[in-house]
Design a protein around this ligand. Structure first.
Ligand code: A2P
Length: 341
């Protein structure tokens, strides 16, 4: 298989993770790297200012960056890591022009006819694509993945649904890479915590209900539960940590919750980016930790630990892989395995 893949916002913090995820992919081949006018016309090597701890893949070094314009991009699917205001404008232009758009941007996540999907949580929501086709009449389509903090949390909530999940409280400790390369200057966060991240709390409170909601054939009925979030930026490079309080009707014991996490195996198909274990349970008293655990399952596993009465626990996942680029790629893989890409 060789599906032509373009990356929109290819030079940014999430865009570079897309390049990393797609450069040696068995199904996708990078055919276009798009970014702003500042970067267009330059080689990717020159434009990107590669910031990941891995080496830039040689195959992209000399590709010429193109503008974010459907006419300039040669691809079947585009992965979007664009800022939300720009994504709002250009993603429909790409969908109209016939591209499959797998977006990490927040702009269309809560739209009624746009699927918001985590393959391990709600693959059946892809049924919304038919609703979208009817509503918009585009030749292509848009599919989205959630906010990084929402993904890390929701992968842990799915196995708790069986106990009658009623209330979720969460306090996040989020890495700086989530703010993009120009978002939080290193000096603003050193020896510091910033107790505000854009619209992050609202995103966690609304996206979770859509993800855990039911698709009735024409729309998503949001889950009947309450989510309350408080989000903080902390001096960590990669890896979001979340302290979660989950109130459940059946009042499971910590051991029952631990067993439910261990048993969670929602894999539907053998997808290349699917981690062997979407959830890894740590029994050590001081785990999970970002530096020790963020690269588990090539950055696609969420680690949980400190499961206590309440129920209280800690979840941690790689924000720009599991929480962003890897999530979009996994969605595109699921679409391909279903014959929709
Ligand atoms: P560029 O590097 O050329 O500015 P981050 O999330 O790290 O801030 O990255 C944002 C990504 O979106 C970068 O690839 C950036 O490209 C791109 N981008 C930002 N603004 C625009 C714009 N107005 N038009 C096209 N691409 C943009």
């Amino acid at each position: 298989v060789s599906i032509k893949a373009g990356i929109l916002g290819a030079t940014g913090a999430v865009g570079q993770r897309f390049v990393e995820a797609l450069s040696n992919h068995p199904w996708f081949e990078i055919t276009a790297l798009a970014a702003s006018e500042r970067s267009a016309g330059k080689t990717y090597k020159k434009a990107a200012g590669w910031r990941l701890d891995t080496a830039m893949p040689e195959s992209v070094e000399n590709l010429e960056v193109v503008p974010v314009d459907p006419k300039a991009v040669d691809a079947d699917v585009v992965f979007s890591a664009l800022p939300a205001d720009l994504a709002l404008k250009v993603e429909p232009e790409f969908a109209k022009a016939g591209f499959a758009v797998a977006s990490n941007a927040s702009s269309y996540r809560m739209e009624k006819d746009i699927p918001l999907v985590i393959p391990e949580v709600n693959p059946e929501h892809l049924g919304l694509l038919e609703v979208q086709q009817d509503a918009r009449g585009w030749d292509g389509y848009i599919i989205t993945n959630p906010n990084c903090s929402t993904i890390v949390m929701t992968v842990t909530l799915k196995p708790l649904m069986q106990f009658g999940l009623e209330t979720i409280q969460v306090a996040t400790m989020q890495a700086i890479s989530g703010a993009g390369f120009s978002g939080v200057a290193a000096m603003a966060i050193y020896d510091n915590i910033i107790p505000y991240i854009g619209n992050e709390e609202k995103k966690m409170e609304t996206e979770t209900l859509k993800l855990l909601g039911e698709f009735n054939g024409s729309e998503i009925v949001p889950a009947d539960m309450r989510v309350s979030a408080s989000c903080n930026r902390v001096p960590v490079i990669d890896g979001h940590t979340e302290a979660i309080w989950a109130g459940m009707r059946d009042k499971p014991t910590p051991e029952e919750v631990r067993k439910a996490f261990l048993k969670f195996d929602p894999r539907l198909k053998e997808l290349p980016s699917e981690p062997a274990k979407p959830l890894i349970v740590r029994d050590e008293i001081d785990r999970p930790q970002p530096r020790l655990d963020r690269n588990m399952g090539k950055g696609m596993s969420v680690s949980v630990g400190r499961i206590r009465e309440g129920i209280r626990y800690i979840a941690m996942g790689h924000n720009t892989i599991r929480g962003a680029a890897g999530a979009s790629v996994l969605n595109a893989e699921l679409l391909h395995s279903m014959g929709k890409l």
